[in-house]
Design a protein around this ligand. Structure first.
Ligand SMILES: [Cu+2]
Length: 226
């Protein structure tokens, strides 16, 4: 009995019309999405620059403030234009390593404070005393602006004087999205120069950061230009 010759002709391609239609539709969808993102109609990241506006980092330390722009360059004052949306990220100096924190403290020592002259070693002693007393937080305010942010670094310190395994630089803390960072967003409606201060926590004028609290005034640190 002769064997049947194998069928050389390839079988007709199987058609999957439903699948093809679905793929075409998906492709069209992706194309439309990319087009919308490209045209700026929708934003792939809702927390983009539009939501936060101009960014500055504010580092409160015992007993003063340091200000940085978006690129972590230190600035004397935070300068913005009238009507601009501004976001300040408050990064307490105590969120950083002991070394970095003490470097900020030496700024205070270099200026002198509360009758103690510049360079007086007792200034650092007073800071350490405050840390041991639990006077570790600051309340950041801006005169004439609705800014009132209380830091929460105590939880990161966990009862210790300095934070264990803390990052050494502001940029590192920010990139790690450290939980000690507190944001505040506002619109610069008023023109002028405004002071950044550590607000009193009680009616007696006491603060949360202790001995040098009253000296925590950065005069004209927010400048709003027309
Ligand atoms: Cu303070």
């Amino acid at each position: 009995m002769p064997r049947r010759a194998p069928d050389i002709a390839a079988p007709p391609p199987r058609r999957l019309p439903a699948l093809t239609a679905a793929a075409t539709l998906a492709l069209a969808g992706i194309t439309a999405l990319v087009l919308l993102i490209f045209l700026g109609k929708i934003s792939p990241a809702p927390e983009g620059p539009r939501a936060e506006g101009t960014v500055f980092y504010v580092v409160p330390y015992h007993y003063g403030f340091a200000f940085y722009d978006r690129d972590f360059r230190e600035v004397e004052a935070m300068e913005v234009r009238e009507g601009e949306l501004v976001t300040l990220y408050i990064v307490p100096a105590l969120a950083l390593s002991e070394e970095a924190f003490l470097a900020y403290t030496r700024r205070t020592q270099g200026q002198g404070i509360r009758g103690l002259e510049a360079g007086d070693p007792r200034i650092i002693e007073k800071v350490v005393e405050d840390l041991d007393l639990g006077n570790v937080e600051h309340i950041i305010g801006i005169s004439g602006y609705p800014v009132y942010v209380t830091t929460d670094v105590a939880s990161a310190l966990g009862g210790r004087r300095f934070r264990v395994g803390a990052p050494g630089t502001l940029a590192e803390v920010v990139r790690a999205r450290d939980p000690t960072i507190k944001p505040v967003t506002f619109t610069a409606k008023k023109v002028g120069a405004f002071d950044v201060i550590c607000m009193d926590s009680g009616i007696d004028g006491a603060g949360t950061c202790g001995w040098g609290h009253a000296s925590m005034v950065a005069g004209g640190a927010l400048v709003v230009r027309r």
